[in-house]
Design a protein around this ligand. Sequence first.
Ligand code: OFO
Length: 172
Amino acid sequence: MLSKKVEKALNKQIKIEAESSQFYLAMASWSETQGFNGTAAFLYAHSDEERFHMLKLVKFVNERGGHAITPALEQPPKEFNSLNTIFKNLLEHEMAVTQSINEVVDVCLQEKDYTTHNFMQWYVAEQIEEESLARTIMDKINMIGSDKGGLYLFDRDLETMAGSNESVSVAK
Ligand code: OFO
């Protein structure tokens, strides 16, 4: 059985995962309208992954006798200006998610809830992968700068990544 404090922390994390999914969906949609189809495919897949992260938490909360709450979500931004802005946002967002996962882990330790602590380790490991992927992408973008040919190749690479097993392993 979950303590009220742990249940509250997990419900907060459910909202954050849902917001991440919305945020990446907004980025995917903007990229698609700009003709960055590879980036869009990558971000659509990433948005789905975040929904999966949310659902995994929903199931866990309910299985442990809590009640997972479907959160109200804010409207994400509509415009992103450039691929640089997109991936800068993505990296900063993932860093904030890591911070919030660490806070859930901290509540688990305070409440001596070792089962939830153990469950949360999946998210801890996931964040290492996601942050590292976001940093790698950001490094590439910084190297390319505003070179159109470079951006074209970058976008094509992301399309391959979105369709590969690598992106699936990022999700699960
Ligand atoms: Fe992108 O992270 Fe969920 O957890």
